[in-house]
Design a protein around this ligand. Structure first.
Ligand SMILES: [Zn+2]
Length: 205
């Protein structure tokens, strides 16, 4: 059989795709198509998407239907509480809902688990500057240090008037300046602002 196309190393290295040789076409048409079916067990990693952590609405082992909601996305806010050694992460917390933000929830948990003196030496790290509710809770929880990635103003630029997150515009420094405790603040942290902003752009757009 006369080759219809000779493949040389030169040709392979310049191959652009899209070529269907007649004898190859025939071969590719011969095997019958097989239905792949549905696997016995289907694992869906609903917490794997970057920046879009979701709250599962189904339990392991549940039978789900096509189109059924299996998880709701959680707003991309998160906070951690770091100990007096500035290294040990003591608590982690994501956003729960509009009245249980990551930072205020974390501060309430800290108030139950640590003494007031211990909390004063701790640092609350958060991706976005705490809102007035969260800064207020940090104040009352006596957590002495705050580090935030992106400012609330920057967040407001992205959420706009979203009904899910009508962002306030009250700097944490302003909230603490009206109190009677010298809570120290670092932020925004320019090195991480772009990365955090990217998550929010994807979420709120
Ligand atoms: Zn808040």
């Amino acid at each position: 059989m006369t080759p219809e196309f000779s493949i040389t190393p030169e040709r392979l290295s310049h191959f652009q795709g899209g070529l269907v040789l007649r004898h190859h076409k025939k071969v590719s048409c011969e095997p019958p198509l097989k239905h792949a079916g549905i696997p016995e067990k289907l694992l869906i990693a609903i917490k794997a998407n970057r920046g879009h952590v979701s709250e599962p609405m189904v339990q392991v082992g549940d039978t789900v239907l096509k189109g059924q909601v299996i998880a709701y996305p959680i707003h991309p806010f998160g906070a951690v509480l770091v100990g007096a050694d500035h290294e040990t992460v003591l608590l982690e917390q994501g956003n729960i809902d509009s009245v249980n933000h990551a930072e205020s929830t974390l501060a309430r948990r800290a108030a139950k688990e640590f003494t007031e003196a211990q909390r004063w030496a701790m640092t609350l790290y958060t991706t976005a500057e705490p809102c007035v509710m969260c800064a207020g809770t940090q104040y009352w929880a006596n957590i002495g240090r705050l580090v935030y990635g992106m400012s609330e103003r920057q967040l407001l630029d992205m959420t706009g008037n979203s009904s899910e997150n009508p962002t306030l515009d009250v700097p944490s420094r302003y909230v603490f300046s009206k109190g009677q405790k010298n809570i120290r603040i670092w932020g925004p942290v320019n090195q991480v602002v772009d990365e955090i902003a990217e998550l929010h752009k994807m979420f709120w757009s």
